[in-house]
Design a protein around this ligand. Structure first.
Ligand code: PSV
Ligand code: MN
Length: 388
């Protein structure tokens, strides 16, 4: 039986990147609620993200979304982040909010608009080079709403061509990760709807092109851990966008809807060699906080990932394999469930204290007064918003 002390060194390797946009306001097409203290600038988003790392030591980097986080001086932004104890990480492109992209971006039939989308990615790569970022993350809203509206195959060919041009600009230490999503905003067809399409496209590019798996981007009932296993097996799992969903692309707190699913995913990550500093899978959150405060929402999120990671690390792999090979159906299932049902919270709290952290990061943040301070200080200006 694996003991908690056995897994402590591995827990210390955990790093979960935070999305800058999680600190802005967000909502639905029905309403975006404002929150007192919401950042107005990329700097204020980074300062808030640094709070999450301060109380958890789990989130040493922040992902940018361009143009939402556009600044004049990215080197200065990187220095600002370092002063706050975090680094700048993945750069996310955005070809879904410009009128020109109404009928697509990298798959658009008009070469001028396709080139505009490609140029935007060149700009993102330049920013990555300035801030020392490894990953360019591409998610495309491209697709169509009605059968017959578009030529599905032609668009795959155009996508391959556009991605090839972007990939050719990637530096030798940089990677391109291509995210998939089964629907929305296009509803009939999406140009990168599933891991297989992403895999086919990135495989055609080369070694430094990988798949990004957003946990909210699958049909209900999809066995996501199978996809994790398969991509790791193929050497193409580049990154995760963690969040959770009940119905659609809800972007709720990871582990909130189905902690068992998160446990199963992390178990496959660990088994497939994707966990820790030895693996090169990037773990990111891609979440929005519509009604809850954003900083504690992010703290809760990284703690959920840490708790399910600890449980997954506790799986007795030797006994599990023996049961599997012996055809012991209930024995194998029982071994997995024993780890899942282990309440690791007291052990994690004690371990945090040995690392100079408060055992209860949520309570420590609440007691710090930071939330009230930003609410008082950040008066006026334009609050950041998803899509602003
Ligand atoms: C698309 O739904 C997505 O998951 C992509 O990662 C975007 O970059 C992100 O959401 C924006 O919130
Ligand atoms: Mn995502």
């Amino acid at each position: 039986m694996t003991q908690f002390s056995d897994i402590e060194p591995l827990l210390a390797e955990q790093a979960i990147e935070l999305p800058s946009w999680a600190f802005g306001n967000s909502g639905t097409r029905f309403k975006v609620f404002g929150t007192p203290g919401t950042p107005r600038t990329p700097q204020e988003k980074i300062a808030d993200a640094a709070q999450v790392n301060k109380y958890t030591k789990l989130s040493p980097s922040v992902a940018l979304h361009i143009p939402w986080d556009k600044v004049d001086d990215y080197v200065a932004l990187g220095a600002f982040a370092e002063d706050h104890g975090v680094k700048l990480g993945t750069v996310n492109s955005n070809t879904f909010q410009d009128d020109d992209y109404k009928f697509g971006s990298l798959t658009h039939s008009d070469p001028v608009i396709r080139q505009k989308g490609i140029d935007h990615h060149f700009e993102c790569i330049d920013i990555m080079t300035e801030i020392g970022s490894r990953d360019l993350k591409i998610w495309l809203a491209d697709g169509s709403n009605y059968p017959g509206q578009q030529d599905l195959r032609r668009r795959q060919d155009l996508l391959a061509d556009s991605l090839q041009k972007i990939y050719a600009r990637i530096g030798s230490e940089q990677r391109l990760v291509l995210e998939y999503k089964f629907f929305e905003p296009a509803f009939y067809h999406t140009d990168v709807p599933d891991w297989g399409t992403s895999y086919a496209q990135v495989s055609a590019l080369g070694e430094r092109a990988m798949v990004c798996l957003d946990t909210g981007h699958h049909a209900p009932g999809t066995n996501i851990e199978f996809i994790v296993m398969q991509l790791l097996r193929l050497g193409k799992l580049g990154s995760f966008d963690f969040n959770s969903r009940f119905y659609a692309d809800d972007d709720l707190i990871v582990g909130a809807a189905d902690p068992f699913q998160l446990f199963r995913i992390l178990h496959e990550v660990i088994r497939g060699g994707g966990y820790g500093t030895a693996g090169d899978v990037a773990f990111m959150l891609d979440q929005c906080h519509n009604v809850e405060d954003k900083i504690p929402g992010q703290i809760r999120s990284v703690l959920n990932v840490q708790e399910m990671t600890a449980r997954a690390l506790l799986v007795d792999e030797v006994a599990l394999e023996a049961a599997q090979v012996a055809g012991d159906v209930l024995g194998a299932n029982g071994i997995l469930m024993d780890a899942f049902y282990t309440d690791v919270r007291p052990a994690l709290a004690a371990w945090r204290e040995t690392r100079g952290l408060d055992g209860d990061p949520m309570a420590a943040y609440a007691a710090s007064g930071y939330q009230a301070a930003i609410a008082a200080d950040r008066v006026g200006g334009q609050q950041s918003s998803w899509g602003a």
